[in-house]
Ligand binder design. Structure first.
Ligand SMILES: C[S@@+](CC[C@H](N)C(=O)[O-])C[C@H]1O[C@@H](n2cnc3c(N)ncnc32)[C@H](O)[C@@H]1O
Length: 161
């Protein structure tokens, strides 16, 4: 396994590779490319013939407040998201819409582990910052977007491939 894994720590949109890939993944990071369609355009450049893209992105499951839009960007509802993807030349061949429980688990998981790390490392110079980041994020999740945000993972093939 080790000889088949290469990790790159860099600006995602600048990634180049000497070959193309059978599977290109981007889950929860479309902001790194400027949105869902820009992410798919980048993924297409890395995809081998017959390959698939696994992309995970947010959508509005409920009515977003102005603050939620400000925080999470210009998302659309689920059917419109699919329409945009299909119009962009992709055929969805699989997918998963996260449940509220899965999204809650995700938020608790990272805010909780960050807060726990801060308590375990009270003298670390980053401890207070970590606790504050966890608290601020948890507050935004619960107050601003928990009722509005959905999350979708799609497996896509280029249409006509
Ligand atoms: C919400 S996390 C998702 C992480 C992972 N894909 C997952 O599903 O657990 C977003 C990730 O995107 C990374 N990221 C954000 N902007 C980026 C950029 N411009 N270039 C590369 N990575 C970026 C962050 O460091 C973070 O690890």
């Amino acid at each position: 396994m080790r000889d088949r894994l290469v990790l790159h720590r860099q600006e995602a949109a600048r990634f180049t590779a000497p070959h193309r890939f059978d599977l290109v993944l981007c889950v929860g990071a479309t902001h790194a490319f400027g949105g869902l369609l820009a992410t798919l355009a980048a993924a297409r450049r890395h995809l081998a013939p017959g390959g698939r893209v696994l992309v995970g992105d947010g959508f509005w499951e409920g009515e977003p407040s102005a603050e939620a839009i400000e925080m999470l960007g210009d998302l659309t509802d689920l059917p419109t998201t699919l329409e945009q993807v299909v119009a962009d030349g992709w055929t969805p061949v699989g997918g998963h819409v996260s449940t509220r429980g899965e999204l809650d688990d995700y938020e608790w998981c990272w805010t909780g582990s960050l807060a726990s790390w801060a308590l375990d490392h009270p003298t670390d110079p980053d401890s207070a910052r970590a606790l504050e980041a966890a608290t601020t994020h948890r507050d935004g999740w619960l107050r601003v977007y928990r009722d509005a945000l959905g999350f979708l993972c799609l497996v896509l093939r280029p249409t006509g491939d």
